[in-house]
Design a protein around this ligand. Structure first.
Ligand SMILES: *Cc1c(COP(=O)(O)O)cnc(C)c1O
Length: 382
């Protein structure tokens, strides 16, 4: 359904970001995370682009996402991070399950033997995220049990950092140590190599020691660093300057969100705008009605707070954001007309609105901004 908002996705930017990350990790294997429809950028198009640029694996959350990629002709190895159902499809579509418990491993083993097949799996270890993965004193024992099940081949071992921005490295260091220890013991016991990965975007940008055998970037592929807002703070914290190497890293945001002015109205001073009359014009004003609202993923928290770009200028969102509409004050834009382009996120002239800016205003992170806006807009690729 076309609700009016357009998400313009630059595949060139994504390719550039992938190349930048490859350079940083010196061509270690990349597991490109394309879950949540590639963070709102469109999993099929993004995956086609990045596999053509050379990426070792793709990673999605659910089997249905992987099947969508297979049906689009994508042949790269695909890691399915979280799905414990749809076992048949793992075999039918040659998907790699990430297994987090013995019970699921046994189900895969049974299915594999029934089909006289062998399924390559990656095992997840919970080193401190408190989410999925083998954990506690029995980790090694459980790992060995899984690796001895018939029909299963343990190719990989992964874990996930709890610290999103790694401003304080101490907890992440403990997680990494634990993980490396588990890897070592497993290899000693099984005498088989295992492909080990833990680094997400922020670790790639600041934590060289965590690269191991491959890295799993998500948000950085789409042009955002989880650290950017913390940069100054990061430098101020004493004793955390361990090999931070994120200078000169240029990531390009790949998504812009745009729409057009639906209607333009001139109103006198004292005119209340939108639900609850939270904004009242202070002078004679020109108000633009924009066909975009919280149903499009534009948070109601942006009411009277965010700005958009019209005619190369920043103009304020006035009054409450509605379900399908919102209002902006375009009094300062000369020659403003109905149907003029409105940039919700992205660049126009010299001005730019980033997902960082919007995230800050909605008390969230760029991840949520790009996924919500991207998934609900009509996408065009450039
Ligand atoms: C989402 C996700 C990633 C990517 O994280 P970013 O912070 O976006 O780089 C990596 N690994 C797992 C397990 C994830 O769920």
């Amino acid at each position: 359904m076309n609700r009016g908002a357009i998400a313009q996705i630059s595949l060139h930017a994504i390719a550039h970001n992938l190349r930048t990350l490859k350079k940083i990790v010196q061509d270690l294997p990349i597991i490109a995370v394309v879950k949540a429809d590639a963070y709102g950028h469109g999993a099929v198009e993004v995956s086609k682009k990045i596999t053509s640029e050379g990426t070792s694996f793709l990673a999605v959350a659910f089997v249905s996402e992987a099947v969508q990629l297979r049906n689009a002709g994508i042949q790269s190895p695909i890691l399915v991070l979280f799905d414990r159902e749809n076992l048949d499809e793992y075999f039918d579509f040659h998907l790699i399950p990430v297994i987090s418990d013995i019970k699921t491993a046994e189900s895969f083993s049974q299915m594999a033997r029934k089909r006289s097949a062998e399924v390559p799996v990656h095992i997840k270890i919970d080193t401190g995220m408190g989410r999925l993965g083998l954990r506690g004193k029995n980790v090694i024992h459980d790992l060995i049990t899984i690796s001895e099940l018939g029909g299963i081949r343990v190719d990989g071992l992964l874990s996930h950092f709890s610290e999103a921005d790694l401003a304080d490295r101490s907890y992440a260091n403990r997680q990494l140590k634990k993980f490396i220890h588990i890897k070592k013991v497993l290899i000693e016991k099984t005498k088989r190599p295992v492909f080990t990965h833990i680094a997400n975007s922020s670790a790639i940008l600041t934590f060289r020691e965590s690269y191991l055998d491959g890295v799993r970037p998500g948000i950085a592929l789409y042009g955002y660093s989880p650290l950017k807002e913390k940069k100054k703070k990061l430098q101020k914290i004493p004793g955390t300057g361990q090999g931070t190497n994120n200078k000169n890293i240029e990531l390009i945001p790949a998504m812009s969100i745009k729409t057009r002015i639906l209607a333009l109205r001139s109103v006198p001073a004292g005119t209340p705008i939108s639900y609850g009359r939270t904004f009242i014009t202070g002078k004679k004003s020109k108000i633009g009605i924009i066909p975009l609202g919280y149903a499009d993923g534009y948070s109601r928290l942006f009411s009277n707070k965010a700005e958009v770009l019209v005619g190369g200028k920043r103009v304020p969102v006035v009054g409450r954001v509605c379900m399908d509409l919102m209002m902006v004050d375009v009094t300062a834009v000369s020659n403003c007309r109905e149907n003029d382009e409105v940039i919700i996120m992205g660049q126009q002239g010299k001005e730019m609105i980033t997902a960082y800016e919007l995230a800050k205003k909605a008390h969230t992170i760029p991840y949520e901004i790009v996924t919500t806006l991207g998934i609900r807009s009509q996408r065009v690729y450039v």
